[in-house]
Design a binder for this molecule. Structure first.
Ligand code: URP
Ligand code: ZN
Ligand code: ZN
Length: 476
């Protein structure tokens, strides 16, 4: 494209910049070649080898990987939960995400039981709008399905671009809905072209085991793990998949941890019905032996809990078999003083752990470098699949003309160590303290703007845009 101007005018008064990224090793879910990326304004204008184009800014990416900005479809920012709030707000959370190469997050709005969906939507929008540094979107968690919520679902899909609805099969009395509500919601969401996502664990069984352990004076963090055995997740996953199959509603299981739940999806696929599955980076890399320490184990108290080595093997295999399409984080950070709320009783430890910043680097170092997944699979599960499943593709999730210029430039050889003193998340510990990784996010572009450069964030809060999503109806 010789002869293109360095600047041109967009809307009135707006000067649009151009950037040429040269000699990058470009990786997509299916591509893998060395070439150049030309960006005009917020979008990618051209991708190819030896592009002969002038640009205002040239970035030499020799020796670096370039892949589409990663999407984390499972985060909880400033979420009211278990008597406190998750400690990253929209500013700190999305900034930490950008540092690690995640340019878009999807957070969960939580309806309060007895209140409308729009009340919750307004509260979450108020916290996010003008505060987010990176791009964001919302799922809506329906905790009280009734006639009014049914009507609101239509508006949320059509007007707000919220096309995924979350249910909790656990956390009774706060978030859990029963099977009757689940069927009703699935019928409604299917009719409107949306998808239902699920926290699939058997809440009643877990509550029984929690009460039993507490009554027996078993109060240490390991009893969090022992109160949520694999069967509680396998059973709920099976039930969810069966009801999704019956209603025909597209389904997506969040934070899958274990072989039993994976087998529920596998069995379901044998009936020609597709339920998408997401695991999270911690379930691939960490195991339940971490709960064997005393209260330190509270750092990894999350639901579902960490599992066994055999489950990690099953999850890696599930990714390679295409049964698990997404690796997210379930980023739900708390400071140590918040975890101390449960120092005398595991059931009061706020559930969740920080991961939004390191998912990409951990998956590269532990997954790609160790030969567990290919580079293409890495991009597929971190970016392309979440974009497709959640209705943002091809705007997000690929490096192609017309797409948002969300690009990560990544040094595959740089070594570094995870350390709470230097991370950007608003937590005073890391679940991966001292882990030595190979591969580091160096430069991040979000909608054509360099937002991270060599460890520095170059944009302020308010830079992030709300992304309305399309209906996908379970087809990717
Ligand atoms: O422990 C977790 N996962 N906390 C966040 C809420 C949820 O269940 O996803
Ligand atoms: Zn959950
Ligand atoms: Zn979650």
């Amino acid at each position: 494209m010789p002869g293109l101007p360095l600047f041109w005018r967009g809307n009135e008064g707006e000067v649009i910049m151009s950037i040429l990224i040269k000699n990058a090793h470009i990786i997509g879910a299916a591509e893998n070649f060395t070439g150049d990326i030309y960006i005009q304004g917020e979008s990618i204008a051209a991708v190819g080898k030896n592009l002969d184009i002038q640009a205002e800014k040239v970035i030499d990416a020799t020796g670096l990987l370039a892949f589409p900005g990663c999407i984390d479809p499972h985060v909880h920012l400033e979420m009211p939960f278990m008597g406190t709030f998750s400690s990253d707000n929209y500013e700190t959370g999305t900034r930490a995400a950008l540092h690690g190469g995640t340019t878009t997050v999807i957070d969960f709005i939580l309806q309060s039981q007895g209140h409308s969906l729009y009340e919750a939507y307004n509260a979450w929008s108020g916290r996010a709008n003008g505060h987010a540094v990176g791009d964001y979107s919302f799922h809506m968690a329906v905790t009280d399905f009734n006639e009014n919520t049914s009507k609101e679902i239509i508006d949320l899909i059509e007007k707000e671009g919220i096309t995924s609805f979350k249910i909790f099969m656990a956390y009774k009395g706060a978030l859990m809905i029963d099977d009757k509500q689940m069927v009703g919601l699935m019928n409604e969401v299917k009719a409107r072209g949306g998808m239902v996502t699920v926290h699939a664990t058997n809440g009643d069984m877990i509550d029984f085991l929690i009460a039993k352990n507490r009554a027996e004076g078993k109060l240490a963090p390991i009893y969090h793990y022992l109160s949520q055995p694999e069967i509680t997740e396998a059973e709920a996953s099976e039930r969810f998949a069966s009801i999704a199959g019956y209603t025909g509603c597209p389904g997506y299981i969040v934070h899958m941890t274990c072989e039993g739940a994976l087998n529920a999806v596998r069995d379901n696929n044998r009936h020609n019905q597709k339920v998408f599955a997401e695991t999270c980076i911690q379930y691939l890399l960490l195991d339940a032996s971490l709960y064997e320490q005393n209260f330190e184990g509270a750092k990894w108290v999350m639901s579902p809990p960490l599992r066994e080595k055999k489950d990690q093997e099953a999850l890696w295999a599930g990714i390679n078999q295409g049964l698990i399409q997404v690796v997210a984080t379930d980023h739900c950070p708390f400071k140590w003083e918040q975890k101390l709320l449960g120092k005398d009783d595991f059931s009061k430890i706020p559930n969740g752990h920080p991961a939004i910043e390191h998912r990409v680097e951990l998956l590269y170092s532990e997954g790609v470098r160790k030969g567990r997944i290919t580079l293409n699979k890495f991009v597929e599960v971190l970016s392309t699949n979440p974009a497709k499943i959640f209705g943002m593709f091809p705007r997000k999730g690929c490096i192609a003309p017309g797409s948002d210029a969300d690009i990560v430039l990544f040094d595959p050889n740089e070594e570094h160590t995870i350390n709470a003193a230097t991370h950007h998340m608003n937590t005073d510990y890391s679940g991966y303290e001292g882990w030595k990784l190979t591969g580091k996010t160096k430069t991040v572009l979000l909608r054509g703007q360099v937002v991270i450069d060599d460890g520095k964030c170059l944009v302020e809060k308010g830079n992030g845009k709300y992304i309305k999503r399309n209906k996908v109806e379970g087809k990717i």
